[in-house]
Ligand binder design. Sequence first.
Ligand SMILES: *Cc1c(COP(=O)(O)O)cnc(C)c1O
Length: 382
Amino acid sequence: MMKPIPYGRQHIDQKDIDAVTQTLTADFLTQGPKVKEFETKFADYVGAKYAVAVSNATAGLHIAVLALDLKEGERVITTPITFAASANCVRYAQGEVWFADIDKNTYVLSVESVRELIESKPKGFFKGIIPVDFAGLPVNLEEFRKLADEHDLWIVEDACHAPGGYFTDGKGVIQKCGNGNFAEISVFSFHPVKHIACGEGGMLTTNSEELYNKLTLLRTHGITKENMSKNDGGWFYEMQQLGFNYRLTDFQSALGITQLAKNDQGLERRNQIANRYKEAFKDLIAYQSLPKGSFNAHHLFVIEVENRKRLYDFLRENKIFAQIHYIPIHTLPYYKKIGYFEADLSASEKYYSRCISLPMYPSLTDQEQEFVIEKVVSFIRD
Ligand SMILES: *Cc1c(COP(=O)(O)O)cnc(C)c1O
């Protein structure tokens, strides 16, 4: 009997456990040296100038749009095929969420669909774009940057699925997710189903010193000891604006550091697994396509099938817990009432009717994967 196979799973080893227990008996449980160390290592890893650790990616998205000065009634475009948090951050700032469609082959936000939506409105109508590196496939941010510059928009890259992913730009240069060359701010998640598990946690990266300063202030109540208007003594600080407590702890950061050190190894294994799926499904089942020069970090492996619900139930009967990513956000009751979906979203809706995410995580064994493949293929052939 095979044990249950989830669609994703964290990978914790003795090094992780040792790092956390050492931090638990050190001087700082939070606001200590591990946070800074994690930020520096993460910034280095993605090739960005600055990184800001936060309590989770949702909090990170919230202060990202605030640092970019999003205000009530201002409009932002995102994809319907993502986790709700990608859109919710706009609502936290009382902004409007507008949806554009996905590309039917890569499943990421289509730059053509976004362009069409922007050009159907007067200049200045939109403020920003939140593209998502869906399933681990990096969006081509060079194309989005060009469009954003033409229309004076900011970009927040939701890179929660893609630490270590990259695309190749028009000059043949590799551009890693979150490197700050095209997006103002990128956001990563350390929820256990993502690549780097901290329990809860997130990271923001940017190349702008100004945004970095805003983000660190917003993360800690808006309180600072720097650039103060006066100074009454060593204890003195100023609260310069309304911020939040969105900090990551030291023991979570310690875990993040050891997890990050293994990320490349995990990505290699994820891509081995993806290649094995592709080999088995070739000419039989559609899966997310990979643009030339791109490296998919493979948070997920998504296939498209006709009888999706039947396959989902059939796999469950065999203790394979495949998942659906995602129910299009514009069809969720909250957004159905208040979202804006003038754009043609038919590719997103068609995708949703067919998509299913198969098990994908570094510790998935070859034997388990063969079992999954056998079940999926036998279902399709039936
Ligand atoms: C997981 C996820 C988030 C939210 O991350 P948390 O750390 O759980 O807040 C946001 N966007 C996407 C695309 C995600 O997958």
